[in-house]
Write a new protein. Structure first.
Lengths: 498, 115
């Protein structure tokens, strides 16, 4: 029994409500948001510490014993995700405070941001599959609001695709929940795990696995279900793009990790082999998509997809080392990807465009910004000694140990092509001489300290994960152990009857 | 009864997909409405259709008789209906705004952000 589990949901809920109360004052909304996300970050670190000490934290809502009520569960993976959510939300808030125009704030930008955090945290912490659906919807509705805030043409077109595909995914999810309940008669994930292990209807279990795979796959942006992502992620404000890129697809990945390590593990030859090929195809199509693009945020959007492939690969191999790699990859990716989107926002403020051909000369005028980009970009491509190198290294080593040579080969190739894309951005945006037309823009919208602070902080985190990565690798190892032993999770949830 | 429901659900899903594949954004939203209803009916049917067996406990033994209706799926459906209502209200406003901003209701004309 731990009330700490409640806080990551309640803190953003309260600060969102407070922001609503201060609807007219953008200054107070900013203060509340900053305070709220900082408290959230502190709570999340505390949660991770407690989880590492105790293994599992479980809270039965309303004291209803486990399979009947809704359980909140935090294992190491959930706690890691909550900490990363805290980091991204602080970085996003700092950037939002400095960059979001007042007319967006007047239409409820900050409350929506908080409610997005509520949904994300709930999805990470719940131990009930229907509750997961509800948190997904909370998250989706807030993201719809953030995506369309501003109401420009590109946003509307992007939003229609985003909304449609996400509602479609929710309908599949709901159908799958209905069928699962009809078959197993429970919604608690730990209880379901025991019941599915005894289920004799293997065909139906596999069909359910595919329904969940399709639904979460849409949210995670895996091949061939990712087309909504590059069509919508480059349309909203940069601060929104950065938070979405850091968190939303990773909620889908987390759900896949949870479901395919706890519920559908009886027929891994079928499900996890399928995931393996999905992962490989996701990596390859994503990176080729990025190679064809010449718009800063679209390149980054396609790279989200190719990186998701690595995480799915880690899950699909389903060995201890592969899961360590997958979890470590998630940690590294969230920080780096958020940072790259923030950098794209800063270069937009300098040059007034996201088109690579029209940009240039940033290195000459803002060398430190260029360094911040270079650190994150090289980390994304997987160059030592940055965090991305170790993430890729562990996944690829796991691929070699599992003798899946094709997957490993493609993972290496995709790393190389990622480097190509990042060098393309570096050469076009930072290195080449500025276009004559873009010249005067360089000084018109100066960068403030608060805008550059999150970029620097995230870049420093990337470097330090690379240099002092061992403790984080240790945490990833713990979470992999837990994922491979669902018995611990089941016992923690069902055994606590206070 | 389950067979009839299964066929009805199948028809609803088919109708929803057909509507969603049309080019008009209004039909797209109608498809989404039908889709969410179909999903709700799946929950309702799969959990078992029971007639005239209300889920009441026996006063003396404090247990329910075998074969009473399961109240949980209906709670799930109620939750799902409320969520779907909110989301669909949003999407109706969204297509209205999109129609105003883009000036067309044809999805084929909304390709600016595609890659």
């Amino acid at each position: 029994m731990s009330n700490l589990l409640f806080l990551p949901i309640v803190v953003p809920l309260l600060s969102g409500a407070l922001c609503l109360a201060f609807w007219r004052s953008e200054r107070w909304q900013k203060r509340i948001t900053l305070a709220g996300t900082l408290i959230y970050a502190l709570v999340s670190v505390n949660l991770l510490q407690r989880t590492l000490e105790e293994g599992y934290l479980v809270l039965q809502m309303g004291q209803w014993p486990a399979p009947f009520g809704i359980s909140l569960v935090s294992d190491v993976l959930s706690a890691i995700m909550i900490v990363l959510t805290g980091v991204v939300s602080v970085a996003g808030t700092l950037y939002s405070m400095a960059s979001v125009p007042n007319r967006h704030i007047h239409f409820g930008y900050f409350p929506l941001l908080h409610f997005l955090l509520v949904g994300v945290s709930g999805a990470f912490l719940t131990g009930d599959i229907f509750n997961l659906f509800v948190w997904f919807e909370v998250m989706l509705l807030s993201s719809f609001g953030l995506l369309t805030l501003g109401g420009e043409r590109a946003q509307m077109e992007g939003a229609i695709k985003y909304v449609t595909i996400n509602l479609f995914s929710s309908a599949i999810f709901l159908t799958a929940i209905g069928l699962l309940y009809g078959m197993a008669g429970s919604l608690n994930m730990a209880d379901l795990a025991t019941k599915l292990a005894e289920a004799d209807n293997a065909g139906l279990v596999n069909i359910l696995a595919l329904l969940f795979m399709a639904s979460f796959g849409i949210k995670a942006g895996v091949f061939p279900l990712f087309f909504w992502l590059p069509a919508s992620y480059h349309t909203p404000l940069v601060a929104v793009s950065a938070v979405f890129a850091g968190l939303l697809t990773k909620v889908g990945v987390y759900a896949l990790y949870r479901v395919f390590s706890l519920l559908f593990i009886s027929d891994t030859d079928f499900t996890h082999t399928l995931l393996l090929w999905i992962g490989v195809l996701t990596m390859v199509t994503g990176v080729f998509g990025a190679a064809a693009q010449f718009e800063f945020r679209r390149i980054l959007s396609f790279h989200i997809i190719s990186q998701i492939g690595y995480m799915i690969l880690g899950l699909a191999l389903f060995t201890p080392l592969a899961l360590v790699g997958g979890v470590f990859y998630i940690m590294h990716h969230i920080l780096v990807k958020t940072n790259l989107f923030l950098v794209s926002g800063l270069t937009y403020r300098l040059l007034g465009t996201h088109e690579l051909q029209k940009m240039g000369g940033v290195y000459r005028h803002r060398p430190w910004l260029a360094v911040g980009f270079l650190v994150s970009a090289m980390s994304l491509a997987g160059l030592p000694p940055l965090s991305g190198f170790f993430a890729k290294f562990v996944v690829i080593q796991a691929g070699v140990e599992a003798s899946s040579w094709w997957a490993t080969g493609f993972a290496l190739l995709v790393g190389l092509l990622t480097l190509y894309s990042m060098i393309k951005i570096w050469a076009e945006v930072f290195w080449k001489a500025p276009e004559a037309a873009a010249g005067p823009l360089l000084t018109e919208k100066p960068l403030t300290f608060w805008m550059t602070l999150p970029v620097i902080l995230l870049a420093l985190m990337t470097v330090s994960i690379g240099i002092w990565g061992e403790p984080l690798l240790q945490i990833a190892r713990l979470s992999a152990e837990q994922l491979l032993n669902p018995a611990g999770y089941i016992e923690a949830v069902l055994g606590v009857r206070s | 009864m389950e067979g009839v429901m299964a066929i009805a659900i199948g028809l609803l899903f088919a109708a929803a997909f057909y509507m969603m594949l049309r080019r008009s954004i209004v039909k797209l939203v109608m498809g989404l409405i039908i889709l969410s209803n179909a999903a709700n009916l799946v929950i309702f049917t799969v959990a078992g259709l029971t007639r005239g067996e209300p889920p009441f406990l026996d006063e003396a033994t404090k247990t329910a008789a075998i074969g009473v209706a399961d109240p949980l799926p209906q709670a799930l459906i109620l939750t799902a209906i409320v969520i779907a209502f909110g989301v669909l209200a949003f999407s109706v406003v969204l297509i209205h705004r999109a129609y105003q901003v883009v000036g067309t209701d044809d999805l084929d004309q909304m390709k600016d952000t595609d890659t």
